[in-house]
Design a protein around this ligand. Structure first.
Ligand code: MG
Length: 380
């Protein structure tokens, strides 16, 4: 049972929805962190009255400290501040909603303190899945996924016995450019890529959904989280995003999790688990649901998905290099410095150029992340 939480990355899309879920189910928010968006952070701090707040950016941390000088709150900064928030004694759950490899050390520190990890940071498992899952098992820390697909799989597996799972059916909408050939996407603008048909998300993950790199990252995550091989996961395109993923059991039975496409639902469950509580979200109306359709992914049209699945098979640091390179490329695309199709070229180029290390430790993982970033910054 969770009584108090720390939110790492409280001003982003997932962070803001976590604040809303915590307020809805009446959880204490003991610690918050943000990168540098101190206006919103001050608002949240005044309302939630956390005991500790960390601002990653040192300069912004100084300004924030002055802004909340009248409050009874301690202010930290940098990676040390993030780690302090993640291990804050009063919190029994840490929501990791920061983006990038910066979430790794704080997550491992929280695992060492046996806190529940409500995992919303993809890089944690994409880059360090082996290490993080082994550490969580060793320490007895729970990892509850926040990503809608992984939350769905987690829910479908509730009460299942080991050996009953045959296959994970990872669903994805196909994004705004489903069915479009690479040649048709040459001139895609950031505005077009960010406009997702079903989900309202941050800019980076919206671009990843358009390229389907997001599904690829989720593929790698699912492999680690549920302890399966790449052959045990099938990607199914389901444009309506009503089914959030499924599991197929050994007897052929398929169990699916359905709901409105709102991240608030998996966030609330990660906080309230093992209990379920009423939510403020719309419920599904099966009289209004028309067609639920399914198709196989077209890997030629979605090379990023294929690349990620190949990296999952390669193992070691391959997915970490790919993810870091992709992140830099997506930000360049959002700044209009790189064409849409070049995002794949950058990620694939980095994977080909940077050597793979199997069973990496944390320093090797962080070095692989850096190598992926340097490659794209130098070559693109
Ligand atoms: Mg997802």
């Amino acid at each position: 049972m969770v009584n108090a939480i720390s939110i790492l990355g409280c001003t982003g899309s997932i962070g803001r929805q976590t604040v809303a879920a915590a307020e809805h189910i009446g959880l204490r928010v003991a610690a918050l962190t943000a990168q540098r968006q101190i206006g919103l952070l001050e608002e949240q701090t005044r309302r939630l009255k956390p005991a500790f707040v960390a601002v990653f950016d040192e300069e912004a941390a100084k300004q924030f400290k002055i802004a909340v000088a009248d409050l009874d709150v301690r202010v930290g900064s940098g990676l040390q501040g993030l780690i302090e928030a993640a291990t804050y004694a009063e919190s029994d759950c840490v929501v990791t909603a920061v983006s990038g490899a910066i979430g790794l050390k704080p997550t491992l520190a929280a695992i060492d303190e046996r806190k529940r990890i409500a995992l919303a940071n993809k890089e944690t498992l994409v880059c360090a899945g082996e290490l993080v899952m082994a550490r969580a098992k060793e320490k007895g820390a729970e990892i509850i996924p926040v990503d809608s697909e992984h939350s769905a799989i987690f829910q479908c597996l509730m009460g299942r016995k080991p050996g009953e799972l045959h296959k994970i059916l990872l669903t994805g909408s196909g994004g705004p450019f489903r069915g479009k050939a690479r040649a048709e996407l040459e001139d895609v603008t950031p505005e077009q890529a960010v406009a997702h048909p079903n989900w309202n998300m941050g800019a980076k993950i919206s671009v990843d959904s358009a390229t389907m790199m997001n599904k690829g990252l989720e593929f790698v995550e699912a492999m680690h989280l549920f302890g399966v091989t790449p052959d045990d996961i099938t990607v199914v395109i389901h444009p309506q995003s009503v089914i959030h993923s499924m599991v197929e059991l050994v007897d052929g039975t398929v169990i699916a999790q359905l709901g409105v496409p709102d991240m608030g639902l998996p966030i609330q469950l990660a906080l309230s688990y093992p209990e379920r509580k009423p939510s403020p979200f719309e419920h599904l109306d099966f009289y209004k649901l028309r067609d639920l359709t399914f198709e196989a992914p077209d890997y030629e049209k979605t090379p990023c998905l294929k690349l990620a699945m190949d990296c999952a098979r390669t193992g070691g640091t391959a997915a970490c290099v790919m993810s870091a390179a992709n992140e830099v490329a997506v930000h360049k695309f959002l700044r209009r410095e790189l064409g849409y199709n070049r995002i794949y070229d950058a990620a694939a180029g980095a994977v080909a150029a940077v050597g793979v290390v199997q069973h990496p430790d944390l320093d090797t993982i962080l070095a692989a992340d850096q190598a992926g970033r340097i490659y794209v910054n130098e070559k693109f």
